[in-house]
Each structure stands twice: as structure tokens, then as C-alpha cells.
Design a protein around this ligand. Structure first.
Ligand SMILES: [Zn+2]
Length: 392
């Protein structure tokens, strides 16, 4: 996510503003202000609003009312996201934050529900809140005397827009709310990963249609939303498929076990290390202490990048101990394969040492994970004889 800062919290959930939001708020205020006469005319015709058009278009009024309406819209978006968040909290899902950004709001759930009823209720809560906000705005609109043209404009506008927001979110374009509802309904009769892939395919089709429509209508916001939907549908589908594929798969199942692992000792010279990397075609080795080799006591990890720090003429004088990394990222053999993937991603590294009670029992690399994933995808199960044997 981009740079965002916290503006406060509601029900213990931090509310954050993304920097892109600060660009879009004045833009919305401007767009509402510039069209205020036309919009007031539409409200007069549809809601019988009785707005004095000369009043709302006079002086600075379009910009002041535009700004208030834009802020009101985003308050509506926060309430919509709170609808999702509070429902999710009721089911015990922790909510990291609600972030307002370019295309509205995002409620960040730490985990996603896999129970279709829970997902259905969490997804539909947002649009329901938007409809309620629209109805409340309409009631306030009715209660406001016709002499207050500005207030009637803002309230009438928010009534229409919040209902429109609910309808727009119900488009079955995963990962929008309608798409999540679709996935929940699909997941009733088939595995969750399959339901996600189907919902994501439909989402991508909608995204393409939306993007084309936006292109022809010169609607930049719609093009942006389409792009966002397309990317998000792809990445969430991939993540869910991976999670499903790796259900019940542990690190021990896919790691290269210590017995098959090539290790180097602390006193190996850099020249020898590079020679071994060249002949064995590995770019990273776990380092074990020279005098305790049998024990397999792990002291570091050395990669080609580390070795290259030493100039070629000096490579006989330096040992692995001088260049190795000792800040080791490790994982336990009985951890989930997904946990290993997440840890590699968080630390932006390609391999983790598998350690049990301080002893090196194996090494798991990004390519081990990808190979295992391909096998599961193609055959439906892990075949231990096909276990990858590389240390890269
Ligand atoms: Zn929503």
C-alpha cells in the first residue's frame, strides 16, 4: 500500500488516509461544484427538492457546497467500510485498519473468512449501510425547510449518491462486494479455491467491460476502478489457490532435508566457496561450524553476493566466516508451507533455514515452493519422490 497516515479510530479500528485520497478530495469538491446547477436541477426534478438554483450557484457557494458534499461522500464510504468491519469483528476476524484512498475505502482484514455465510454477511453489510446512510440523508433532506437550499442540495445529493454507491458495489466484479457475495454463493456447492477462481474470472470480465466503457465514456475514475478490480482479482485468486494447494502441507514436506543439503564450513576460503558454487551450481549455502560439523550446528548463511564482496586477488585470504550472514531467517519444519512463503515475502529473501531446536534440519527456497506448487496443481497431491533437491 502507498503512504498513509492515521486520522483517528472508530470502534477501536484505526482510520487512515492514503496520500492519493488528498488528491481526490479537492477533485471531487471541484467536480461537484462545477456541475452544481445541473445536479440541483436533477434533484429538483426527481426528489422535488425545490432548490433555489440561483442561490447554490452564487458566489463561492458551489465550492463550499462541493467541498461539504465531497466530505459527506467520504464519511459515507467510512460508514460503508465500518459495516464490513464490524460484521467481520462479530465473527472474530481482527481488522487492521480502514484506509481511504483514490477509489474509496478499504477495510483490511487480517484473515479472510472461508465460511460462505460469514463472507456473505460481511460483504453485504457495506452496501446495506450505504442504503441506510442514503435513507437517513433523505429523511434529513425532507426535514430541512425549503429555504435552506444549500443544505437540501447536500442532503439530497448524499441520499442519491449513497444508494448509487450501494448499487455500484453490488456489481458482481470480484473483489468488489458483489463479487464477494457471488463467491460466497458459489462456495456453497464447491471448494473455496474453485469458487474464488470462478468469481475472479467473472470479475476480470467485468473489469474489462468496465475499462472499455470507461475508455469510450472518457471516464478516468471508471478506468481506474476497472484496473484495480482486474489486478486485485488476479492476485487474490492466486493467493487463495496457493493456500488451498498447500493445505496440510508443511515445510518438512517440501524442504530440501539437511542430509541432501550442501553446507560449507566457517573456515572454507572464499576461493573454494566460489569454486563449489561454480561446480555445484548453488548460489547459497548454510554455514556450519568447522569443529562441530557432525552436530550440524548452524552459524550462518553465505550467498554468491556475500562472496563477491571480496576482491578476486584476496579470495584465498578470507574465509566464509568473514562474509556470511548471521542474522538468519529460520522456520520450523512443522510450520505450514504458506507461513514459509509469507516469511520469505515479508523479509524479501529467497530462502529460509529450517531449524529445529537450534539444529539445521533443512533449507526451503522459493523455487522449492514453486516446484511443489506446480506438482500439486498438476497432480492434486505432493509426490515425495519428485521433491525438489536444489538448494537455490
Ligand atoms: Zn464494500
Amino acid at each position: 500500500m502507498m503512504k498513509s497516515f492515521r486520522i483517528g479510530s472508530l470502534f477501536g479500528i484505526p482510520i487512515k488516509l492514503d496520500l492519493t485520497f488528498l488528491l481526490v478530495l479537492p477533485l471531487f469538491a471541484y467536480l461537484i461544484g462545477i456541475q452544481i446547477g445541473d445536479v440541483a436541477g436533477i434533484l429538483n426534478a426527481t426528489l422535488n427538492a425545490g432548490i433555489d438554483i440561483g442561490d447554490v450557484t452564487g458566489g463561492l457557494n458551489p465550492w463550499i457546497l462541493g467541498f461539504i458534499a465531497a466530505v459527506g461522500l467520504f464519511v459515507g464510504v467510512v460508514l460503508h467500510e465500518l459495516g464490513h468491519s464490524l460484521t467481520a469483528q462479530r465473527y472474530g476476524f481482527p481488522i487492521d485498519s480502514i484506509t481511504l484512498w483514490l477509489f474509496g475505502g478499504i477495510a483490511a482484514l487480517s484473515e479472510m473468512p472461508e465460511n460462505w455465510k460469514e463472507e456473505f454477511n460481511i460483504a453485504i453489510a457495506g452496501p446495506i449501510v450505504s442504503v441506510l446512510v442514503g435513507v437517513a440523508s433523505y429523511v434529513l433532506f425532507l426535514a430541512t425547510p425549503e429555504t435552506f437550499s444549500g443544505a437540501r442540495f447536500v442532503l439530497g445529493y448524499l441520499a442519491v449518491l449513497n444508494v448509487a454507491l450501494a448499487i455500484f458495489n453490488m456489481i458482481p466484479a470480484f473483489p468488489m462486494d458483489g463479487g464477494r457475495i457471488l463467491r460466497a454463493l458459489l462456495a456453497r456447492g464447491r471448494p473455496y479455491a474453485q469458487a474464488t477462481q470462478q468469481a475472479a474470472s467473472i470479475g476480470k470480465m467485468f473489469a474489462i467491460a468496465m475499462g472499455l466503457f470507461g475508455l469510450f465514456a472518457f471516464n478516468i475514475i471508471l478506468i481506474g476502478v476497472a484496473f484495480f478490480v482486474y489486478i486485485a482479482a488476479s492476485s487474490e485468486a492466486q493467493q487463495v489457490t496457493m493456500k488451498a494447494a498447500f493445505q496440510d502441507v508443511t515445510v518438512a514436506d517440501i524442504m530440501t532435508p539437511a542430509g541432501d543439503l550442501h553446507t560449507v564450513e566457517t573456515d572454507t576460503s572464499i576461493a573454494d566457496l566460489i569454486q563449489r558454487m561454480f561446480t555445484e551450481r548453488h548460489t547459497g549455502y548454510p554455514v556450519v561450524e568447522a569443529d562441530r560439523f557432525d552436530d550440524g550446528r548452524l552459524v550462518g548463511l553465505v550467498t554468491l553476493t556475500d562472496a563477491r564482496e571480496i576482491k578476486p586477488v584476496e579470495r584465498d585470504a578470507y574465509t566464509v566466516e568473514d562474509v556470511m550472514t548471521t542474522d538468519l531467517k529460520t522456520i520450523e519444519p512443522n510450520s505450514d508451507a504458506m507461513a514459509a512463503i509469507e516469511r520469505m515475502r515479508e523479509n524479501d529473501i529467497g530462502r529460509l533455514l529450517v531449524v529445529e531446536d537450534g539444529d539445521l534440519v533443512g533449507l526451503i527456497s522459493r523455487s522449492d515452493v514453486m516446484t511443489a506448487f506446480d506438482i500439486v496443481q498438476q497432480s492434486g497431491a505432493l509426490n515425495p519422490s519428485k521433491k525438489p533437491q536444489t538448494a537455490d
